[in-house]
Design a protein around this ligand. Structure first.
Ligand code: MV4
Length: 454
């Protein structure tokens, strides 16, 4: 049985994992960088070990130091959180070979789903709809342009090693294709050390809808419904909600089935997410699988009442999921706003610094996942998310009204945050009507005076 867990992460997710472990009677070891000494997860974990300098490359990405800390403190398992080493197949493998349980899927599944062309091919063969395009990576410009002409412009060129929107280029005709193909290859080579790309039809203004999966090590694979993540900017999600205001019961059922099929095809174990694009007509296409717990997991937790981090720990312990698909109730609406230390009126420039007054909202139907507090200094080395505000209620209107109310109560002085932006979005008719696509943020920023955010 898992008795002690090393948390290979920082910020709100590290704190979230400490909390789940504490409720299960599991001891925790925090590892932290020199910039995170005053972080709440370090204070609240049972033990803490400093693993290096402020830069991620000197600390949270140092697999060797993390595994050394795990051995010194004699932990049974490592929870990687999201980002950092969470989707690093080599790290999962190192944990496995050191007899430390990696709380996540098998390294084989991470590697397979990390290659976006193999992932697509695997789920397509299992009968899951994918976007029309090349069969796997394209080998030359000649082959690539043939595929582009066959499926018809516009097309999107994606890096096999990419994901999350990194290394993607759009082309509208043969001339732009020739250029974008080479840009995509060069960018992919530079960013991932792997220039392989594949081509697919570009779906215009799609919705980004993902399904939460839980799979145990005994062959049971369940989905916990969807999250609509269409409100994003430069591939950073800002708002996620469930259920999606766009899905009909029929479409939801078909996508849920497809998500379970996709995870089963990956021989998946633990928590994961199947990402789909959905076009205006309601056609849906698998695009990729995320083999980690995600930032937006609380949305699903508040809709279903299922604690996903506890389920991850149970699954890692070899236990069976003790409920079935039919037992999962979807009787609430939940929404999450990511609170970033950024100035939305100044093109989202990061706003690190010391928080003066901090007062977080509460009351009915409100959850705040955050590691910050009055007097906390946000270091400039990591991403700018300082908290997540989640509200829920019996229906979408109740959850949205509660979100506006909670945003109005949330006081963070001394730095700029995305709170005023979220208030403006909660008041926007397009968002309120549930009409947001992935093009929403760009359109919203273009028609909204930035002084609304100051
Ligand atoms: C696409 C797409 C349209 N067509 N694939 C973005 C995140 C990554 N997981 C996949 N993404 C997309 N894939 C096809 N075939 C649109 C997106 C996409 C996007 C693309 C370019 C610029 C902004 C975007 C915002 C959301 C989704």
């Amino acid at each position: 049985m898992i008795q002690k867990v090393l948390i290979a992460n920082r910020g709100e997710i590290a704190l979230r994992i400490v909390r789940a472990c504490r409720e299960l009677g599991i001891k925790t070891l925090a590892v932290y960088s020199e910039a995170d000494v005053q972080s709440l997860h370090v204070q609240l974990a049972d033990e803490a070990i400093c693993i290096g300098g402020p830069k991620s490359a000197d600390s949270y990405l140092r697999a060797d130091r993390i595994i050394s800390a795990a051995e010194i403190a004699d932990v049974d398992a490592i929870h990687p959180g999201y980002g950092f080493l969470s989707e690093n197949a080599k790290f999962a493998e190192q944990c496995e070979s050191c007899n430390i349980k990696f709380i996540g899927p098998k390294s084989k599944s991470i590697r397979m789903m990390g290659d976006k062309a193999i992932a697509k091919d695997t789920v397509r063969k299992a009968g899951v709809p994918t976007v029309p395009g090349s069969d796997g990576p394209v080998e030359s410009e000649g082959e690539a342009v043939k595929v582009a002409r066959k499926i018809g412009y516009p097309v999107i060129i994606k890096a096999v090693a990419g994901g999350g929107g990194r290394g993607m280029r759009i082309a509208h005709n043969d001339v732009s294709f020739a250029k974008e193909y080479h840009v995509a290859r060069n960018e992919a080579e530079k960013a991932f050390g792997n220039g392989a790309v594949y081509v697919e039809k570009y779906i215009e203004k799609p919705r980004h809808i993902e399904f939460q999966i839980l799979a145990d090590g005994h062959g049971k694979v369940l989905h916990l419904g969807e999250r609509d993540c269409s409100v994003q900017r430069r591939h950073q999600k800002l708002i996620e909600e469930s259920p999606s205001p766009f899905l009909t019961p029929g479409l939801r059922k078909a996508m849920g089935k497809a998500a379970v099929k996709a995870a089963s095809a990956a021989d998946y174990e633990n928590a994961g997410t199947i990402e789909f694009l959905v076009d205006a007509k309601g056609n849906f296409y698998f695009i990729e699988m995320n083999t980690r717990i995600q930032v937006e997991h609380p949305v699903t937790e508040e809709c279903t009442g299922i604690d996903l981090i506890k389920q991850q720990l149970r699954i890692a312990d070899g236990l069976k999921l003790d409920f079935d698909q039919g037992d999962i109730k979807f009787d609430r609406h939940a929404i999450e706003c990511r609170i970033n230390a950024e100035d939305p009126a100044r093109n989202f420039t990061p706003s690190p610094g010391t928080i003066g007054l901090y007062y977080s909202p509460g009351g009915n139907g409100v959850r705040v996942d955050s590691h910050v507090y009055s007097g906390y200094t946000i270091p400039p080395y990591y991403d700018s998310m300082i908290g997540k505000l989640i509200t829920y209620g019996p229906n979408r209107k109740a959850a949205l009204d509660r979100m506006y109310r909670s945003l109005s109560e949330y006081l963070i002085r001394g730095i700029k945050t995305t709170i005023p932006l979220h208030k403006a979005i909660m008041s926007d008719p397009v968002f309120i009507e549930g009409k947001a696509t992935t093009a929403y943020m760009e359109e919203f920023m273009a028609r909204t005076p930035t002084d609304l955010f100051t």
